[in-house]
Design a protein around this ligand. Structure first.
Ligand code: MG
Length: 514
C-alpha cells in the first residue's frame, strides 16, 4: 500500500491512541458512597466488613484521615461536591430533595461536568443524583453538564419498597409510600419504574464499565461520577452478595458496593487507562445510626448522619492515580469542596467566576505536601440563616457554637448528644476540642484559659467567613406531586399507576403540569 495512503488511514487511529494518553486530560472517576461512615471500611478499621477492592484501592492510593463533606445529609453534600461551593450559596437548604420538591440545583451553578464537557470530556453520571428533578426534568443531570445519565434520581427509600434482597426477601426498613415508585432514568427517559433493587447493582456496574470501555477505546477523555445508592437504607443486595458477609445486611450491601469499585478499577486497567485516570472514592455523609445493627458505623467519631459532630461529616476518602499519587495516608485537612478546584488545576481550567469555597489540594495528592485548607465550616441539616454555622474547624481545633441531635443518629444511641430528642443548644464560649489529640470530641477545652486565644482566632475566622456568605433562595420550599417522575403519566390512580416495565415505556414521562 502506498505509504501516503497508509499514513492517511492510520492518522485517525494514531490520534485516538495519543488522545487517550493525553496527560493534560486525564480521565476522572469519582465514586461516591451513600451514608457510609468513617468506621465502615476495612481500611478504616472495621473488623467484619468485606471490602477487598476498597482495600486494594487504599493499598495503591492515598487514604485521607481528615476529609470532610459540607453537610451531614445527602443533597447539600452532593451540591458542594459538584460546585466547590457551600450548599447555602446555591440554595440547597434546609434538608434534602424529596421527589415532589419543585426546586433543584440552580442551572446557573457550574458543575464539574460543565467544566469538563467544553474541554472535550464525555461526562457521565451513574446512580443517585439527588439534586432535584423539577418541572419537565429541568434539574436532572442532562441539564447540568452531563452527556449521559443512568440511575435513580434520589434515595431509594423515597418511594414504596417491597423486594430488597435476592430472590424475593422484603425490605428491612420503612420507605415512603406516598410517592411514585422509584424510577430509573436513562437520560431524561424513565426506563424502569419501579426500580428492581435486586438487579440495580448489575445495571449500574454494567453502565459504568461500558462508559469506561467505550470512551477509552475511542480515545475520549471521560468524567465518570458513579454515585452509589449503597449503603443508604433500605439495604439491598443481589444474588451474589446476599448473605455473603458476617456483617449482615449492611455488610452485604457494602460488599456489593465494593464489587462495583473492583469492576470499575479492573475496567480502567483492562482499557489501558489506569495510568491516566484520577480515581476518588468517598461518601456523602456519615452513617445513619438510626438503623442500629443494620446502619453504618462512624468508628471512633462522635454521632453520625444529620449532626455536625465529626461522625456526621468526616468521611472515608481514598484517591488513586497509578504512577502519579504515592500510596500512603495523609492527615491533611481536606474536603469534598476541594474536588472542583483540584480538577480545574489538573486540567488547566480557570475556576468559575463565583465565590469558591474549595481549594486546590493538588499538593496533598501529588507531592505529599500540606493542604492549603486551614478551616472548615459545619452547617447543620436544618440550616437557618439566623443561626448560620454550627461549628468551625480551624487547624486541629474544632469549636461548636451550636450542637443538636438528629433523627438520623438514633433515639437509643448510647450518647445522648446524638439523639433526636436533644434539641439545639447554643454554646458561649463555644465548646472546643483538639481533634488531633481527641478525635472523638470528648474533652472540652473551652474553660481552659490556655485556649482563650485559640477561641478568639476561631471567632475571627468564623466572622470573616460569614461576611462572605450570601444565602441562595431555598430550593426546598415548594412541593407539588406534579413533578414526581411517572413513566405512565398522566394516569390514575396516582401515584400507584406510575409503573412500567422497560418494554412498556412511553414518551410521556411526567404527569401533566398545569
Ligand atoms: Mg447520604
Amino acid at each position: 500500500m502506498d505509504l501516503k495512503i497508509t499514513f492517511i488511514i492510520l492518522m485517525p487511529l494514531l490520534g485516538v491512541v495519543l488522545c487517550s494518553k493525553d496527560p493534560e486530560k486525564p480521565n476522572i472517576v469519582i465514586m461516591f458512597a451513600d451514608d457510609l461512615g468513617y468506621g465502615d471500611l476495612q481500611a478504616y478499621g472495621h473488623p467484619t466488613s468485606h471490602t477487598p477492592n476498597l482495600n486494594n484501592l487504599a493499598k495503591n492510593g492515598l487514604l485521607f484521615t481528615q476529609f470532610y463533606v459540607s453537610s451531614p445529609v445527602c443533597s447539600p453534600s452532593r451540591a458542594s461536591l459538584l460546585t466547590g461551593r457551600y450548599q447555602t450559596r446555591s440554595g440547597i437548604w434546609p434538608g434534602v430533595f424529596e421527589p415532589d420538591v419543585v426546586g433543584g440545583l440552580p442551572l446557573n451553578e457550574t458543575t464539574v461536568a460543565e467544566i469538563l464537557h467544553p474541554r472535550g470530556y464525555h461526562t457521565a453520571i451513574v446512580g443517585k443524583w439527588h439534586l432535584g428533578v423539577g418541572k419537565d426534568n429541568m434539574y436532572l443531570p442532562p441539564n447540568q453538564g452531563f452527556d449521559e445519565y443512568y440511575g435513580i434520581p434520589y434515595s431509594h427509600d423515597m418511594c414504596p419498597c417491597e423486594i430488597c434482597f435476592y430472590p424475593n426477601e422484603t425490605c428491612l426498613n420503612d420507605c415512603k409510600d406516598d410517592f411514585t415508585s422509584c424510577p430509573v432514568f436513562d437520560g431524561l427517559n424513565i426506563v424502569e419504574q419501579p426500580a428492581d433493587l435486586v438487579t440495580l447493582h448489575e445495571k449500574y456496574v454494567n453502565r459504568s464499565v461500558h462508559i469506561i470501555a467505550d470512551n477509552a477505546a475511542r480515545g475520549q477523555p471521560f468524567f465518570l461520577y458513579y454515585a452509589f445508592q449503597h449503603t443508604h437504607h433500605p439495604k439491598y443486595a443481589g444474588k451474589q452478595f446476599r448473605n455473603s458477609t458476617i456483617r449482615g445486611p449492611f455488610g452485604d450491601a457494602l460488599a456489593e458496593l465494593d464489587d462495583g469499585v473492583g469492576r470499575v478499577m479492573k475496567q480502567l486497567e483492562d482499557s489501558g487507562v489506569l495510568e491516566n485516570t484520577l480515581v476518588l472514592f468517598t461518601s456523602d455523609n456519615g452513617p445513619s445510626l438510626r438503623w442500629e445493627n443494620i446502619g453504618g458505623n462512624a468508628g471512633l467519631l462522635k454521632c453520625g448522619k444529620g449532626t455536625t459532630y465529626e461522625g456526621g461529616q468526616r468521611v472515608p476518602a481514598i484517591a488513586s492515580w497509578k504512577g502519579r499519587i504515592t500510596p500512603g495516608r495523609t492527615v491533611e485537612l481536606t474536603s469534598a469542596l476541594d474536588i472542583l478546584p483540584t480538577i480545574c488545576s489538573i486540567v488547566g481550567v480557570p475556576l468559575p467566576s463565583v465565590t469558591m469555597d474549595g481549594v486546590d489540594i493538588s499538593s496533598v495528592l501529588f507531592n505529599g505536601g500540606k493542604s492549603p485548607r486551614e478551616s472548615f465550616f459545619y452547617y447543620p441539616t436544618t440550616v437557618r440563616p439566623e443561626y448560620g454555622i454550627y461549628a468551625v474547624r480551624y487547624k486541629q481545633y474544632k469549636a461548636h457554637y451550636y450542637t443538636q441531635g438528629s433523627a438520623n443518629s438514633d433515639e437509643n444511641n448510647h450518647d445522648k448528644d446524638c439523639r433526636p430528642s436533644t434539641k439545639r443548644a447554643a454554646h458561649d464560649p463555644p465548646l472546643l476540642y483538639d481533634l488531633h489529640q481527641d478525635p472523638s470530641e470528648q474533652y472540652d477545652l473551652s474553660n481552659d484559659t490556655n485556649y482563650a486565644s485559640i477561641i478568639d482566632q476561631i471567632n475571627q475566622v468564623k466572622a470573616k467567613f460569614e461576611e462572605t456568605m450570601v444565602f441562595g433562595d431555598s430550593q426546598m420550599a415548594n412541593h407539588s406531586p406534579y413533578v414526581e417522575p411517572c413513566c405512565n403519566g398522566p394516569c390514575d390512580p396516582f401515584p400507584e399507576c406510575c409503573k412500567c416495565t422497560q418494554s412498556e415505556k412511553k414518551d410521556i414521562h411526567l404527569r401533566f403540569i398545569p
